[in-house]
Write a protein that binds this ligand. Structure first.
Ligand code: PLP
Length: 386
């Protein structure tokens, strides 16, 4: 990347979109060919065929996992895992108070109750101490999530789950490719999940998810649950009440086609994030806090600042042609959908603070160096004025 410049900030010719509209453009020909190939394949398998099996094998071997089970979405992956763990009515699952809806909805949709734990103020992921305070005799699982630049503190969550005899579900939906110590995101708990929605780190043009695990028996149950309780040998023999959460063959073929390029795409995101963090270090005294620097346990699905004057910064960036997002404008227990699960009298001050200050700037791998500098200059020029 070129050296940072302090040029005057002017809007670039075209606004910089938060997510690139041309994400799959270089693979367009391959994708169209794969649609045709799957359509004309004599096997006429459009879901859970040999391409899905092959993508499962590639993921399993690249991760060193005991098993990988592909399914319909990241949300569905969470629901399948909780169901396979026999979690349901009367049970509680501790989740972060700050994050995306599936963290709470997946628990509620399998009949259990989400209990919201406050977060760490800087990294904005679940705080192990706060999660421990949420444990009751009804608690069955802890479900920390990696949301922003720094993975949740999985060594401590693993120790916490062991100490209390709880299952550990790792929501690594956005963190595919991240590694903490020498353990990939997804393999810290009893099971982890990935999402392949287009904007996630290994996204594709459609809906899909994965469960990764070292627990072979759990994986066997997951395979049945994702396909109406069948065991994959005999059709129309249903061993358990399952769901329809299957993986698409065109998407599997497309993921296989693009998988070799995944490390380079991640590396480009990491380089952009590291550059931002370096450039933004001096802004801490001006009300803008960047994520902590470092490479271990980092993920770069989005790059989030904590800004005292978030809305003014956002307006400034919009004026400079930089599209931003707020993940998330409210803590989960403050959402009307989930408010009834908030324990009376409980508060989540750090989640509240994060929702008022967080701002995500573009970090995707297709940004040009010039766009990265324009974004960094635009953030810096706002801080200079404070
Ligand atoms: C995207 C996401 C999910 C859900 O994945 P889908 O494939 O969209 O269902 C779950 N958890 C987190 C943290 C996510 O970011």
């Amino acid at each position: 990347m070129t050296a940072p410049t302090r040029s005057a900030v002017v809007a670039t010719a075209a606004p910089i979109p938060f997510f690139p509209p041309h994400l799959f453009e270089t693979d367009r020909r391959a994708l169209l060919d794969l649609v045709r190939e799957v359509a004309l394949d004599p096997s006429q398998r459009f879901i859970l065929g040999h391409r899905t099996q092959e993508f499962e094998r590639v993921l399993r071997e690249s991760l060193g996992a005991t098993d990988v089970v592909l399914c319909g979405s990241g949300t569905s992956a969470l629901e399948l895992v909780l169901t396979a763990m026999d979690i349901g009515p009367g049970d509680e699952v501790v989740v972060p108070a700050f994050g995306c809806a599936p963290l709470a909805a997946s628990v509620i949709n399998i009949g259990a109750v989400p209990v919201f734990a406050d977060i760490e103020p800087h990294t904005m992921v679940a705080d192990p101490d706060a999660m421990e305070r949420c444990i009751t005799p009804r608690t069955k699982a802890l479900m920390p999530a990696h949301m922003f630049s720094v993975m949740a503190d999985m060594p401590r969550f693993r120790a916490l789950a062991r100490r209390h005899g709880l299952r550990l579900v790792e929501d690594s939906a956005v963190a595919q490719g991240a590694v903490l110590g020498s353990t990939p995101a997804g393999l810290w708990g009893d099971a982890g999940v990935y999402s392949f929605v287009q904007v996630k780190s290994c996204g594709m043009p459609g809906e899909g998810g994965a469960i990764v695990t070292h627990d072979a028996e759990l994986a066997r149950r997951l395979r049945m649950l994702r396909n109406h309780g069948q065991d994959g040998r005999q059709r129309f023999v249903h061993h358990v009440v399952g769901r329809n959460s299957r993986f698409d063959e065109v998407q599997a073929a497309f993921q296989l086609h693009r998988f070799d390029g995944f490390p380079a795409r991640l590396e480009r995101r990491a380089a952009i994030a590291a550059h931002y963090t370096e450039r933004f270090a001096p802004l801490a005294d001006h009300g803008i806090l960047a994520p902590p620097p470092g490479r271990d346990g980092r993920c770069h699905y989005v790059y989030c600042l904590l800004a005292e004057e978030r809305d003014a910064l956002r307006a400034h960036l919009t004026g400079a042609g930089v599209e931003t997002h707020v993940y998330y404008p409210q803590p989960l227990p403050a959402q009307s959908a989930f408010a009834r699960y908030a324990r009376p009298g409980e508060t989540w001050p750090r989640a509240e603070a994060a929702s008022a200050r967080i701002l995500a700037i573009p970090v995707h791998h297709l940004l040009t160096d010039a766009q990265v500098e324009h974004i960094a200059d635009s953030v810096s020029s706002f801080a200079d004025g404070r």
